[in-house]
Design a protein around this ligand. Structure first.
Ligand code: PGA
Length: 249
């Protein structure tokens, strides 16, 4: 994916079909002239309604998770083809809440990533260190491991097709945004890793997003950093006016 500035809202377990439709109707005119890509990661049950409401707008709808198998006996799970038919064009994979609350591992996330690429569903790989890992000074090691295992088996061409979101776990939902310098340093390290593992051109092509307590007040400064191509926004994406302010920052 090229480095078109991209702002993604992650609704997590919020909004029903009805409130999703109302939100999109309110947001669409506010971002109609934006040059940034506007993505919304919505709950499974609102995918169809959201995708329909987003038709003829600048908003692209996607999902927050999926299973790595194409189909099968996996009660309660959902496949890439189901998401696509419901209107999803992208999927978040390895979000920290999936990793920490639901025990998702790097190899599992890697298999999902491969499945999404096979099925032509745009994957957004989320990575990030915990507070303890940052305090122990092993942030870079953790990010490298998440990339090492998360991108296993992928070619440079595959990697150029996806987006990567750096979301420090200590910044998610805590109100504590990483400073632009801290976020930039991590993004630079990710690009450096990709340049060494693949090649400099691939590293320069990948769209890198920052996530973790992004607010209208912090968005513009983060977006000014050289290696930050976009934002992944949780709490502040639930209100259309607030989210539009971030998109238009
Ligand atoms: P937050 O969530 O903006 O509420 O911190 C970000 C995310 O989890 O993607």
């Amino acid at each position: 994916m090229s480095r078109i500035p991209t702002i993604i809202g992650n609704w997590k377990m919020h909004k029903t079909e009805r409130s999703a439709r109302a939100f999109i109707q309110e947001l669409a005119p506010l971002v109609a002239t934006s040059e940034r890509r506007v993505f919304l990661a919505v709950p499974f049950t609102t995918l169809s309604a959201a995708a329909q409401a987003a038709q003829s707008t600048r908003i692209t709808i996607g999902a927050q998770n999926m299973h790595d198998h194409a189909d099968g006996a996996f009660t309660g799970e959902i496949s890439a083809s189901m998401l696509k038919e419901a209107g999803a064009q992208f999927v978040l994979l390895g979000h920290s809440e999936r990793r920490h609350l639901f025990g998702e591992t790097n190899p599992f996330i890697n298999r999902k990533l491969q499945r999404a690429l096979t099925e032509n569903l745009l994957p957004i790989l989320c990575i990030g260190e915990t507070l303890q890992e940052r305090e122990e000074g092993i942030t870079q090691r953790i990010l490298s491991l998440q990339l090492e295992e998360g991108l296993k088996g992928l070619s440079g061409a595959d990697v150029a097709r996806l987006l990567i979101a750096y979301e420090p776990v200590w910044a998610i939902g805590t109100g504590e945004t990483a400073s632009p310098q801290t976020a930039q340093a991590a993004h630079h390290a990710v690009r450096d890793y990709l340049a060494h593992r693949y090649d400099p051109k691939t590293a320069q092509t990948v769209c890198l997003l920052y996530g973790g307590s992004v607010r209208p007040e912090t968005a513009a400064l983060l977006m000014q950093e050289r290696d930050i191509d976009g934002l992944l926004v949780g709490g502040a994406s639930l209100d259309a006016q607030t989210f539009a302010t971030i998109i238009n920052c």
